[in-house]
Each structure stands twice: as structure tokens, then as C-alpha cells.
Design a protein around this ligand. Structure first.
Ligand code: BV8
Ligand code: ZN
Length: 247
């Protein structure tokens, strides 16, 4: 399989992950229907400044519930395979749209979070970061609205440290991610529907340079046409198998 030779010969692999890589850790994907209190909302309504402004307790409760889920989850074979891949190739840039810390907990270093993190809340007014109490928040039964805490500095509402729809991506992470898409000789997209921009445009940047592009996803995506290889299946199965065959 020429892909295995390309993988072994790769000098710089760029990887873009989405919510799908955390599915086998028990976290739901971004576009799967919400549950509990939030089931009548689309994630895209809740993950917005307007959503937080109009109902801060509903949105903060959703993120606290997701943070608790993420803290209870453990990295799966897909996360671990990407950590191993970084040890096999001269350079690997790991770019994620996810706000969980499962890549870090799998041992990956320098993870580029394009959409922020559940674990770095900040003040909605003065942007001062706000450390969260250690440990796992108690389970809001089936999810419940939770009033966000107030900033000790200015009294503003604390918000999740994530990039909402309509908000800019963090400059440094976005610049480094584009640089990797423009420099890599293999681009690997894992567990993303390739719907959200500008993250999804990274695949296009790589494909336009005619480098090998690989998709790992059990389903077809709207970026199908950009991939040299379409490996259908769960990341936790496909990625370890790819590494075991290549090395
Ligand atoms: C911005 C953080 C401008 C919060 C998120 C161009 C065209 C159209 C629209 C736009 C455009 N440019 C901008 C927009 C608007 C918008 C956008 O993209 N909208 C979409 C809906 C069309 N983009 C923005 O607003 C961005 N900001 O552009 O600002 C600007 C410029 C200057 C100044 C001011 C403003 C900000 C986007 C970031 C939004 N925040 N997350 C949170 O997490 O709560 S995005 C959110 O979607 C998550 O981060 C998620 O990761 C991301 C992408 O979703 P996926 O990860 O792909 O997850 P999804 O559920 O969709 O798919 C999962 C996949 O996994 C599926 O394919 C499934 O088959 C697969 N899967 C399932 N099981 C497995 C698996 N794969 C592998 N293994 C398995 N086991
Ligand atoms: Zn403040």
C-alpha cells in the first residue's frame, strides 16, 4: 500500500482532529443531538456569545456537564496512536478542534487547540483567566442550568475558554496550523465532519499542494473529494492498525 511507504517516508505530518476522535472515549460528537436539559438546542445555538448572553446558566451548565464528561473520559487507542506517530516521524503538528484535553492526557505535546479548551474558563468582561476548582464537578443530574461564577477582578460573568461561533480563532494557534498545512508532506484528518470553518480549510490548503491527504472517519464527509485516501472506520481501530502496518 503506497500509503504505508508515504507514511514511513513522511518528513512532516500535519494532523487535524475533531470530535470523532473522542467518541471511543465516550464523548459525544459536536453535531450529535444534545441530551438532558439541552436536547431541544443545537450545539451551534449554545456555542455562541448570543446564547451565553441570553441564557448564561443554560450555557455554563452545558459546558460544566461537558467538562465533567471530559474529566471522566480517558484517552482511547486513537489518541495514543497519534502520540506514537509523533515518535515515528521527524515532525508532527497536532491540530485539534476539540476542547477536551484527551490528546494531552495521551501524552501528545504542543497540541494546537483552534477552538480553545473546556479547562481554561475566563471572564466574559475583562478576559482574565479563572482557575476552576480541582476535581470533577458534581454531576448536574441529566444536566441542569448552573449560574456561571463571577470574576473576582471585575465582577463579570465567567465563560468557557472556548471559541464560539462568530468568534475569532486564537491568532498563534491558527497561524501555526496554517503553516503546518502549507509545509507538511502528509495531512491526516481524523474524526471531523469538515463542516466548521476556517478549520476545515486546512485540508484544502494541503490538498492544493498535492501532498498526500488521508481521512479517518466511519462516515463520508463533505470534504471527501479532497482526500487521497479515505480510511473508513473508527479512529481507535484505524490509527493503531495503520501504525502497526507501517512500522
Ligand atoms: C469565525 C468550540 C469569524 C465550542 C467550536 C465559511 C463558510 C460557512 C460558515 C463560516 C465560514 N467562516 C466562518 C463561518 C461561521 C462558522 C462556521 O464554520 N459555521 C459552520 C457551522 C458552517 N465559523 C465560525 O464562526 C468560526 N469563527 O469564523 O469567526 C470572525 C473573523 C474575524 C473576526 C470575528 C469573527 C469559529 C468556529 C469555532 C466554533 N467553535 N467549538 C465548543 O466545542 O462548544 S466548533 C465545533 O465544531 C467543535 O469544536 C467541533 O470540534 C467542531 C467541528 O465539528 P467536528 O469536530 O467535525 O464534529 P462533528 O460532530 O461535526 O463531526 C464528528 C465527526 O466524527 C463525524 O464526521 C463523524 O462521522 C466522525 N466520527 C464519529 N465517530 C468516530 C468518528 N471519527 C472517527 N472515529 C470515530 N469513532
Ligand atoms: Zn473580569
Amino acid at each position: 500500500m503506497p500509503l504505508l511507504e508515504t507514511l514511513r517516508a513522511a518528513r512532516h505530518v500535519a494532523v487535524l482532529t475533531g470530535a470523532g476522535i473522542s467518541v471511543e472515549s465516550g464523548l459525544s460528537t459536536f453535531r450529535s443531538p444534545q441530551s438532558g436539559l439541552w436536547e431541544r438546542f443545537d450545539a451551534e445555538e449554545l456555542a455562541t456569545p448570543r446564547g451565553f448572553k441570553s441564557n448564561p446558566a443554560l450555557v455554563w451548565g452545558w459546558y460544566e456537564w461537558r467538562r465533567m464528561q471530559a474529566l471522566r473520559a480517558v484517552p482511547n487507542e486513537g489518541h495514543l496512536a497519534l502520540k506514537r506517530l509523533a515518535e515515528k516521524v521527524p515532525q508532527l503538528t497536532l491540530i485539534t478542534q476539540n476542547v477536551d484535553d484527551l490528546h494531552e492526557r495521551a501524552g501528545s505535546a504542543e497540541v494546537l487547540h483552534l477552538h480553545g479548551s473546556l479547562h481554561q474558563p475566563m471572564c466574559n468582561a475583562c478576559r482574565q483567566s479563572r482557575p476552576l476548582p480541582p476535581g470533577i464537578p458534581d454531576e448536574p443530574e441529566g444536566g441542569r442550568a448552573v449560574e456561571p461564577p463571577r470574576c473576582g477582578h471585575c465582577g463579570g460573568r465567567i465563560r468557557p475558554g472556548v471559541v464560539w461561533f462568530g468568534e475569532k480563532l486564537p491568532q498563534k494557534e491558527w497561524t501555526l496550523a496554517k503553516r503546518a498545512a502549507l509545509a507538511c508532506d502528509l495531512f491526516l484528518s481524523v474524526g471531523t465532519s469538515s463542516v466548521v470553518e476556517p478549520a476545515a480549510s486546512l485540508t484544502l490548503l494541503a490538498a492544493q499542494r498535492r501532498v498526500t491527504t488521508v481521512q479517518v472517519n466511519p462516515n463520508e464527509t463533505q470534504a471527501q473529494y479532497l482526500f487521497s485516501y479515505d480510511l473508513r472506520g473508527p479512529a481507535g481501530v484505524i490509527l493503531p492498525a495503520l501504525l502497526n502496518q507501517a512500522w
